[in-house]
Design a binder for this molecule. Sequence first.
Ligand code: PEP
Length: 251
Amino acid sequence: MRRPFVAGNWKMNGTRDGAKRLAAGVAEGVSGLEGVDVAVCPPYVFIPEVAQVLEGTKVAVGAQDVAKEQQGAYTGEVSGGMLKEFACRYVIVGHSERREYYCEDDALVAEKFASAQRDGLLPILCVGEKLEDREAGRTEDVVRDQLEAVLDRNGISAFAEAVIAYEPVWAIGTGRTATPDQAQEVHRFIRDLLSAADAEVAAGVRILYGGSVKAANAAELFAMPDIDGGLIGGASLDVAEFTTICRSAAV
Ligand code: PEP
């Protein structure tokens, strides 16, 4: 059985003190909660102190991005090895905001996925279609291309040590959530696509849903058979919202 997983993507929000308070609140809110893995992904600069706050708790730390290179003259970049030194376990790769605002294409995302794994991090690979893709009936084509770029570069076995997040771009930060059936349909498609390469890996990989998940809609999404938890943006900045979402995912 797949163990549910809820990860909070704090994006570029908060202050140094606020980040520590938020981390402490989440840790307290989910302490003793069984049957779900929980992580938060703060901005890079807050990671060391957040990791300290979370040490010995059930909440893991992740980053929001990683360089494809391991070290060297790459101004502004942060490597997987550096993240690992600060107790990061996960890293988000291919978030739609990185694809959209920082021109990350499928090939670069596939390299970042490889780089994360090379340094012992678990990538959370984000895929998802834009509204115009969905309206033109191209959802599966877009998601297939995004996944195949990573599959071709890294092989199916790489997905045994990874998490996927299906995040329809039109649902991110918009308050417009995919219906449980809409999300399930794409999650099933992703699992079937991986299954064609390796049924066991496909059955084991956790596929999170992301896109305006809130305490009020989490349970119905997580009840779907191929939805294994959530990647949470806005609602992860609120302790009560986020911990309620974590509780909805626990089995
Ligand atoms: C995200 O950015 O990964 C996300 C899902 O954001 P939100 O929950 O705010 O839609």
